[in-house]
Design a protein around this ligand. Structure first.
Ligand code: NAI
Ligand code: A1CAB
Length: 270
């Protein structure tokens, strides 16, 4: 499949990982554009990736695919600034948490195909989880283009759009939960008297090894946890403490809060 020209509008953390990921996957440099608000950032992106960094209107005129990677609160203003600049047939791929595709469709020329994507930061190491949903006017061909963009960055799945807020709560925000847990384990290691560097290495490798085992064994996490938990052993003592502090209900509440926040972001967006 030939590569369409993709313009990343708003090249912050997520926008940059899309630019970097496209180039790593062999997307021709001339088919990748980026936009940035600050000249210093634009220069940094050109230095780092050799791509053209242009203004939003120029990008909209040159690209086949517009990947919207600004904060949801900035998306309305971005689209207002593009009025009359988006050509017929341009595919709009939103990476914004919370915003439904209807938010974009109502601000774009009639008939513009829109796709909603939720990816996550492990895309930086080609280990992303990306969920893709068709919005208005998006065909199978448009979904294929979105997959072509995100598959090289990790795993992709297609979901109906109504599931995207839940997806955001699990995999979009998810890396932060794991980082928090690892951070807490490192602090605990220090509390138990380990040098910080040793605690860091132990916690990170344990997280990486456990994740690899989850993926490679295909076993349910309950089974893997039981295999670590010896009768009257150390693990059972630790797990009892985690349960006593309500770890399961904390996780349920946290993901509900993330899902609800996505809904609030959509309600507040202009
Ligand atoms: N950070 C994450 O892990 C994830 C973020 N997202 C979504 O990705 C989007 C971006 O998030 P981050 O990269 O974390 O934020 P960020 O703040 O790092 O990046 C946003 C960028 O957009 C730029 N920007 C804003 N308005 C602009 C305009 N009119 N023209 C050009 N550039 C403009 C800002 O200067 C900034 O560099 C958000 O909608 C967020 O919901 C989605 C999945 C994961
Ligand atoms: O915190 C956020 O709103 C974004 C969306 C998913 C991950 N980060």
């Amino acid at each position: 499949m030939s590569k369409p020209t993709v313009a990343v509008l708003g090249t912050g953390k997520i926008g940059e990982l899309v630019v970097a990921g496209l180039l790593r996957s062999g997307w021709p440099q001339e088919n990748v554009l980026a936009t940035a608000r600050r000249p210093v950032r634009a220069a940094e992106l050109t230095d780092r990736y050799g791509v053209d960094v242009v203004d939003n209107a120029t990008a909209a005129g040159r690209a086949d695919v517009l990947a919207i990677a600004v904060k949801p609160q900035d998306a309305g203003a971005l689209l207002d600034g593009l009025a009359g600049r988006i050509g017929a047939g341009t595919l709009v791929v939103s990476l914004c948490a919370g915003l439904p595709t209807g938010f974009f469709a109502s601000r774009l020329p009639e008939g513009t195909p829109v796709i909603r994507v939720m990816t996550n930061t492990p895309a930086i190491v080609d280990q992303a989880m990306t969920a893709i949903s068709a919005g208005p006017h998006a065909t199978g061909e448009h979904l294929d283009i979105a997959e072509q963009m995100f598959k090289p960055l990790g795993v992709t799945v297609r979901v109906p759009e109504y599931q995207q807020d839940a997806v955001t709560a699990i995999s979009g925000s998810g890396p932060a939960y794991f980082y928090l847990f690892v951070e807490a384990m490192i602090e605990a290691g220090v509390l138990l008297g380990l040098p910080r560097a040793v605690a860091h290495e132990l916690a990170v490798q344990t997280a990486a090894g456990s994740a690899a085992m989850l993926r490679e064994s295909g076993e349910h996490p309950v089974k893997l946890r039981e295999a670590v938990t010896s009768p009257a052993g150390t693990t059972a003592a630790a797990l009892r403490e985690l349960e006593r502090h309500g770890i399961r209900s904390a996780v349920l509440g946290a993901l509900e809060a993330a899902r609800d926040r996505a809904g609030e972001i959509a309600a507040q967006a202009r």
